[in-house]
Design a protein around this ligand. Sequence first.
Ligand code: GH3
Ligand code: MG
Ligand code: MG
Length: 326
Amino acid sequence: MITSEATANATLSEQVPGAGNSILIADDDPLSRVILQTWLKKWNFNVIVAENGVKAWDILQQENAPELLILDWVMPGLEGIELCRRIRQRRQNAYILLVTANGEKGEVVRGLEAGADDYLTKPFDADELRARLKVGQRILALHHQLRFQATHDALTGVWSRGAVWDMLPRELRRAARSQTPTGVLMLDLDHFKTVNDTWGHLAGDLVLKEVVQRVVRTLRTYDIVGRYGGEEFLVVLPECRADQVQATAERICAAVSESSIQLEESAINVTVSIGGAVAYDMDPAENIVGNADGALFRAKAAGRNRVSMHPSPEVLGNQRFTKQTV
Ligand code: GH3
Ligand code: MG
Ligand code: MG
């Protein structure tokens, strides 16, 4: 979405279309804004405009706020340099071009020390601006790549253990606010050591990847899958009662075992065992994962390729949440 001066009164959420190719201009000078907007639109940016630092700060509090920012140094209320400092205290995923009036060395140094990544001097030069924005885009893309690598498992592409441990407590707090239960599954491949011993580790890796794909295909887009350990995975199922958690786990078991995994020279039959638990109210994440782990242990002991549920108040006839869930 492109925001023009004419739509500057649109609500903030209407103005923030997503970080992708968005850029924020914060400048109190209407002429500078028009010049920048014209060029940036021509270069296919989604332009979001703030007429002062306070409005820019409000926009930056929104979800999916732009990451590429052109901030004027001199603005009434909140100056660009102060805005830089505030942004750096809160987030790293921003590339800030600070606009100075004359590019005087002392000013530039102060701006960079306050958290700006680069600076521009007025009057703007289109080619220079475009080149500097490309640098910003390159750095932001690297930032995203690093972030992805830090939060995802390289082999299977699902969330890393650390990322799931970050997300689960947040999900549990959200669920407690909306009074909905959250399901957690602990899933472990059965006799996976035998797969490695028989067909080799590379084949084992391919099997792991295929199992994860089968699991993910069984789930909803907003369910969370993370690699908990070697061949162990944690699944978070928002807004699921115990019966729904169990049904989902049964579907996963069936999806993994229903056909053999075809490799170049072999077809390998794989099964998984799953322990399930449901969190209510503010059950700590450690407890719910521990409960799912205990249930997994029982599923293994009972013969593998099966689901075992940690008994929940709901199953025991003490249903605390009456709200309908999907
Ligand atoms: P169980 O049914 O009791 O879970 O038996 P298991 O053989 O699956 O369990 P065990 O813990 O004895 O062995 C797990 C194996 O998983 C051993 C380890 O080498 C293998 N493994 C863990 N991560 C990877 C991986 O990334 N790639 C491959 N190929 N193997 C892995
Ligand atoms: Mg195993
Ligand atoms: Mg294991």
